[in-house]
Design a protein. Structure first.
Ligand code: AHR
Length: 501
């Protein structure tokens, strides 16, 4: 494969928020995961310091909370102040102790340097409850809820800039699901009240790549929305914990951009593509496993609907398939960064997350190393490039569908210091693939290659078992084009720069 990069033809800069994350009140993401006050590894506020440090290393730019399906029956007032009211979480059918609420969440975001992004309850909630939440967070001292925040010991407003109205309210599985017309009316009234509280905020609303839903949503919400939120999981496993293997996963890489293109088209049809950006604010190759709870047939015993959630925690399931797919989707987000301004990997800790925690420590799963690679070694300016001579692979998807996919997925970017950074993903399970790079730079150059890989497609990391790592080569010098060979099932970033004189 050949790539010619055109450094004098930058396309656009990507928002750093495309490397965002999501955390939900589900299983061990918060309680017993990130928020674990009795664990000796936790700080004075109850946060696991090893998890915080891992989040800082991948510079989490924005953290969406508290759900997800959880939020559609969540009432934020139960989880602020001295007296917390444990409540039954009707989405996931467990008791929530309410010890992790808005104040703890903001403290978490401050500790890791992430923008808060609050998803509000548009299931059983009201426009008033959503805007009361914004009063609590963003008003100086006016009114009941800002005064409540101050009484709770938080004098300064939290200035939460990003807010989402609702979560998947289009779905029959969601508490408080709504029809398109009903939804657009609620969004309009909620957005109106929220903007009356703090017009500086940027509002999103739950959406999907569906014309009827979005025509009504954009028709009524266009003056108030800055974002439209869509979600995507490819290997759906809510009921059956049935993992797509490596080749089945590669088949999904033909469906990375479909939804983004549809929503882009709808925004353009409305002439809103410069005003409203897309927030892919829940995405992961793997859907979460939680049988008999988001379905009509509810589980009766905890063996049926609760204990199977532990199967999300099996680290051997998160392999180079997850890493290669995640890199291909991050490339897709960068390629569409002119209209995709935010994306949240779902979730960040435990469940299908990139960080797994246990009482004595953490495991950095394969996807964590991909985020580390992209966040710390790719540029924020997307460059024009021309690729040729790429080879393809024939793979069979989970449904037995035979797919032809590209063997390599490449993307050219540039850092502020002028370094050209090229992502080169080799999706081939068995074969190396060459890449001849013309970086469009003259004179003596130097290059280095960072690689995330394991020995097999099934490589994974677990307690006491590390098989997926991020390695960094030395700088190599040369002139003209650079010919490299990439190992099977590997995620690579090539950095090329002029030699310092
Ligand atoms: O499987 C987890 C759920 O996926 C999230 O709570 C929801 O937003 C999405 O449907």
């Amino acid at each position: 494969m050949n790539i010619t990069v055109y450094p004098d033809q930058p396309l656009f800069k990507r928002s750093f928020m495309i490397y965002g994350h999501f955390i939900e009140h589900f299983h061990r993401q918060i309680y017993g995961g990130l928020f674990d006050p009795t664990n000796p590894l936790s700080d004075e506020d109850g946060f696991r310091m090893d998890i915080l440090e891992a989040m800082r290393r991948i510079h989490v730019p924005i953290l969406r909370w508290p759900g997800g399906c959880f939020v559609s029956a969540y009432h934020w007032k139960k989880a602020v102040g001295e007296k917390r009211t444990p409540f039954f979480d009707k989405a996931w059918r467990v008791e929530d102790p309410a010890t992790f609420g808005t104040d703890e969440y903001i403290k978490l975001c401050r500790k890791i340097g992430a923008e808060p992004y609050i998803c509000t309850n548009a299931g059983t909630g009201t426009a008033e409850e959503m805007s009361d939440w914004m009063e609590y967070c963003n008003l100086e001292s006016e009114g009941e809820f800002a005064k409540l925040r101050i009484r709770n010991g938080h004098e300064e407003p939290y200035s939460v800039r990003y807010w989402s109205i609702g979560n998947e309210n289009y779905g029959s599985w969601e508490i408080g699901a709504k029809e398109a017309d009903e939804w657009s009316r609620l969004v309009l009234e909620a957005a109106k009240m929220m903007k009356h509280v703090d017009p500086r905020t940027e509002l999103s609303a739950a959406a999907l790549p569906d014309i009827d839903w979005n025509v009504k949503l954009l028709g009524r919400g266009r003056d108030f929305l800055s974002w439209i939120s869509i979600h995507k999981y490819w290997n759906l496993m809510a009921e059956e914990n049935d993992f797509a293997d490596y080749n089945e996963t590669m088949a999904y890489t033909n469906d990375l951009e479909t939804d983004i293109r549809k929503v882009r088209g709808l925004l353009m049809a409305f002439g809103l593509e410069k005003k409203i950006r897309i927030a892919c604010d829940e995405w992961n190759l793997r859907g979460w496993h939680h049988p008999k709870v988001l379905s009509i047939q509810q589980g009766i015993t905890k063996e049926e609907y609760l204990y199977p959630r532990d199967k999300n925690d099996q680290n051997e399931d998160y392999t180079m398939a997850d890493a290669v797919f995640t890199a291909c989707y991050l490339n897709t987000l960068n390629r569409n960064a002119d209209i995709v301004g935010m994306a949240c990997f779902a979730p960040i800790v435990n469940t299908r997350g990139c960080i797994f925690s246990y009482d004595q420590g953490i495991v950095l799963r394969s996807t964590y190393h991909v985020f580390n690679l992209y966040v710390n070694y790719m540029g924020d300016e997307i460059l024009s490039s021309f690729e040729s001579g790429g080879e393809s692979l024939t793979v069979t998807g989970k449904a037995g569908d035979v797919q032809t996919v590209s063997a390599m997925d490449v993307l050219a970017t540039r850092k502020a210091d002028g370094t050209i950074c090229i992502a080169a993903v080799n999706k081939d399970a068995e074969n190396v693939h060459d890449l001849v790079i013309n970086a469009g730079l003259k004179g003596l150059l130097e290059a280095r290659v960072m690689t995330v890989n394991g020995s097999e497609t099934t490589s994974y990391n677990d307690i006491g078992h590390t098989d997926v790592t991020l390695t960094e080569s030395d700088w190599m010098q040369g002139e003209g084009t650079l010919q490299l060979q990439f190992m099977p099932h590997s995620v690579n970033v090539v950095q090329i720069r002029r030699c310092p004189v």
